[in-house]
Ligand binder design. Sequence first.
Ligand code: BTN
Length: 247
Amino acid sequence: IGQSIIYRESLDSTNTLAQQMANQGAPEGTVVIADEQTSGRGRRGRQWFSPPHSGIWMSLILRPELPLAHAAQITLVAAVALCQALSRATGVKAGIKWPNDILFNGKKCCGILTEMHAEFDQIHHLVVGIGINVNIPQADFPDELQSIATSLQAIRGEKLARAEVVRTVLEEFEPLYRRYVNNGGFGSLRDAWKANNITLGNRIVAHTARGDIEGKALDIDEFGVLLMEKDNGEQEKIYSADITVFV
Ligand code: BTN
């Protein structure tokens, strides 16, 4: 992964270019990186703050030969790799908030946006979009992000070389990705995800399409689905949601 790196000074979104390239046959492991994104995308239609010279805005093109049902799990695989890589890069322990946000001290420094393309029930390709706030002084985040976002620079107390961080991320990602492909999904990485998580055992609110569900996060299964215990004692599986964790 990363044998071929496509670099652009400015793109609307690295995910968009990666999708186009994947559709035109770009090989597995191609990485698209931009210094700046003019319409960086986050999950749930949100925007992703992507100023120039300060972050890692990149997308990986992957072609795992797996059933479509396993596609969403790649995001949890990437989360494990990123958590390990960013802990290594800063010397400070990062944590995963289910499903795939990387946090330092409760503030997000990295998000993942996976987009997939299927042919019948097989994965044709995946684009794993990764945004890492690297050299952004805390004061430079817009007001609405101040209380929820942070950067590696803010955590480490000094700037980091972005190329080094990219290298560390790809180094951590490659072996985990091979395990995901060879073992047919996320299951064999579940323990590694759990070892890095800051969600399980805590009180959470899951903001789902059906409304908010409050309770305690109990576990994740081999598909990455979150199991929670609601305040009335019933258990509930959460397939997709944003969550708030109370630590
Ligand atoms: C999220 O947490 O909401 C996901 C954020 C993903 C941002 C990255 S930056 C590189 C890639 N290109 C995009 O437009 N988005 C992803």
